[in-house]
Design a protein around this ligand. Structure first.
Ligand code: MN
Length: 420
């Protein structure tokens, strides 16, 4: 794109983090405390240093303490009006031709890091966590495998975004190794369960959004203003132990099969950065109830790839999906979440549910890709998989691309290690 604004910080051609992205995360530089940061190309920028040197003074934010906090909750709570100004200020400071910061050697020395020199931490103190089930292809595939082909979708599915309240304590940042969970599993040929490490450990390819504006108990978020409450998005790997899930989920839904570790990517990409990538979602039929009806483009064209890397070996592409396939969009999810009066808080997380597309290579879980263990995949090293093995690393990548502009999320990396 000819008119794309460039930065004086170098940005490799295929980078997820051009000047137009400006995501937010929490870094821990060597021997320093965690603090908020952003990233341009392979350069990570310490926002507490920019605040120290007065680079945000002109924004007249009454209290700059959130620029020094170990999580982004207070920063996000400043509100979209302010966080938009902060993003714009960062873009200006790093624009080619602006020497205000570039010529300030002391500030640059202290604020700029190479991305591989800093540790990325969980960017939020996550309050509540919801997992939806909003991909029609995923819900249909699972229904076909576990119920019957003719009635794959349950009667409520096309009338409301199905979801459950999950566990936030076990949500961790990309790079955290996860032990294979143990639990109750009922063998097919027995009426009694055994206690064993899961033999059917799976990933779920999801995106999650973060709420940035709280509501009071009893208040609902109207669908037309739902996006005012959404700060940004992350990649979300909802690890699932299918054998534990199958025995425990009746009648209240997933419990321990999904609370042994869920993994998020470290950078929160703002809704503003994703603006150019809005698209229409799938047509919804039958028409939803009025509180779920919306106008405009509420889906986003975000390409999603999942790779599996064996302990000794290279990456294998397992699936290529897209966030645009979601049947229920984020505005509908948030309108539904709050319609009974449930309040939301800053830093709550709402995962999309597994994002599967129409083609077999776009399915967002091993359960679907290998059709409940019946169609093993062969990796480049000749080994087969139907589920994740110990030593395997699952790598999820997400990015948008249009007319030469690429806005990405980086990676969500999860290595599975043996059960404790
Ligand atoms: Mn899920």
């Amino acid at each position: 794109m000819k008119n794309k604004k460039e930065s004086w910080v170098s940005v490799p051609g295929n980078s997820d983090f051009p000047l137009q992205n400006i995501p937010f995360g929490i870094i821990k530089p060597y021997q320093s405390d965690p603090r908020p940061a952003t990233r341009i190309g392979n350069t990570v920028i310490d926002l507490s240093v920019l605040a120290d040197f007065g680079y945000f003074d002109e924004l007249e934010i009454p209290d700059l303490s959130s620029f020094y906090a170990p999580v982004l909750n207070d920063f996000i709570a400043l509100g979209k009006k302010t966080t938009r100004l902060v993003r714009q200020r960062i873009m200006d400071l790093f624009s080619l031709g602006n020497s205000e910061l570039q010529s300030d050697e002391d500030a640059c020395t202290m604020a700029l890091f190479k991305a591989d020199e800093v540790q990325m931490l969980l960017p939020l103190s996550i309050g509540d966590y919801t997992d939806f089930y909003s991909s029609v292809e995923h819900a249909t595939n699972v229904g076909m495998m576990f119920r019957d082909t003719a009635n794959a979708l349950l009667p409520n599915w096309r009338h409301l975004p199905v979801g459950y309240h999950g566990r936030s304590s076990s949500i961790v940042v990309s790079g955290t190794e996860i032990h294979r969970p143990k639990g109750q599993i009922k063998p097919e040929d027995s009426s009694f369960p055994i206690f064993n490490p899961s033999r059917r450990l799976d990933f779920e390819l999801e995106m999650a959004f973060v709420t940035g504006k709280e509501t009071n108990l009893g208040e609902k978020i109207p669908i037309d203003t739902a996006e005012d409450h959404i700060f940004g998005l992350l990649i979300f790997n909802d690890l699932s132990a299918r054998d534990i899930q199958r025995w425990e989920y009746v009648p209240l839904g997933p419990f321990l099969s999904k609370s042994f570790g869920s993994v998020v990517s470290p950078w929160i990409v703002t809704l503003e950065a994703l603006e150019p990538f809005r698209v229409d979602g799938p047509e919804q039929y039958p028409k939803a109830l009025p509180y779920l009806q919306f106008t405009g483009k509420k889906n986003f064209d975000i390409q999603l790839d999942v790779y599996l890397k064996p302990e000794q070996g290279s990456e294998n592409l397992l699936c290529h999906s897209n966030f645009k396939y979601m049947y229920w969009n984020m505005s509908q999810q948030l309108a539904h979440q709050t319609v009974s009066g449930c309040n939301v808080r800053v830093g709550d997380l709402y995962a999309s549910g597994t994002i599967s597309g129409p083609d077999p290579d776009s399915f967002g879980s091993m359960l679907e890709l290998c059709w409940n263990g019946t169609r093993p995949m062969v990796l480049k090293d000749g080994t087969q998989r139907t589920f994740i093995q110990d030593g395997d690393t699952v790598i999820m990548r997400a990015f948008c691309e249009k007319q030469g502009l690429r806005i990405g999320f980086g990676e969500c990396v999860t290595k599975i290690i043996p059960a404790l």
